[in-house]
Design a protein around this ligand. Structure first.
Ligand code: GRF
Length: 204
């Protein structure tokens, strides 16, 4: 049985593309059932359409309250009978209302080694701090900022002449590798979530 996924994305959608590619190569037992964006111009929507995946824009301004906005997204996710929500560059913080009312788990990909550098501009934060290694994290979403249980991480070196762009590209290549990998683990029922620890993040 294929895990039905809702992908939420706001912009270029390269992580979405990595999931589409992995699914089409049968590397992950999923069906991307719907792609939802808050931005009508998101390239992610075009990527979905090219692969015959329903692509829906839900604009915040069209709803009088954040709760009604988030409920519309939750209703769509239910309508498409999704089993998992994957945030892939979704630029809105989901409120406790969304998290509390989602009947399925939510995961996210973040371009740093959490818990270092949560929030926006994680790659620049890493450069400004002067760390020698950074990377990316796939984690469950809870009510905090990039603070839920970690599923997988990948490490990349930070080079002396790195710019935000070069570091971001190095990290992005790893994002495209570990996001499908994490979803595969979930689809195969191999991820157990406790209060803090998601297993197996350990090497298998
Ligand atoms: C990625 O760097 C991801 O880690 C972050 O937002 C960016 C989305 O990129 N959450 P893309 O839209 O998937 O290309």
């Amino acid at each position: 049985m294929r895990l039905r996924i809702a992908v939420l994305a706001s912009s270029r959608g390269t992580n979405l593309q990595a999931l589409i590619d992995a699914q089409e190569k049968d590397e992950i037992p999923t069906k991307i059932a719907v792609v939802i964006s808050d931005n009508p111009k998101a390239l992610a929507l075009e990527r979905a359409q090219k692969h015959q995946i329903p692509a829906i824009t839900v604009v915040r301004q069209d709803f009088p309250t954040r709760e009604l906005y988030e409920q519309e997204i939750l209703d769509l996710i239910n309508k498409y009978s999704c089993d998992l929500i994957c945030l892939a560059g979704f630029m809105r913080i989901l409120s406790p209302y969304f998290i509390g009312n989602s009947q399925i788990k939510i995961i996210n990909i973040h371009p740093s080694l959490l818990p270092s550098f949560p929030g926006l501009d994680a790659q620049q934060q890493a450069l400004d701090y002067g760390v020698k290694f950074s990377g990316c994290t796939v984690h469950f979403v809870d009510e905090g900022m990039d603070s839920g249980p970690i599923i997988l991480q990948a490490v990349v070196p930070v080079l002396v002449d790195d710019t935000e762009e070069t570091l971001s590209l190095r990290i992005l290549a790893e994002e495209h590798r570990i996001y499908p990998e994490a979803i595969k683990l979930i689809a195969e029922g191999k991820v157990e979530v406790g209060a803090r620890i998601a297993r197996p993040p350990l090497h298998q």
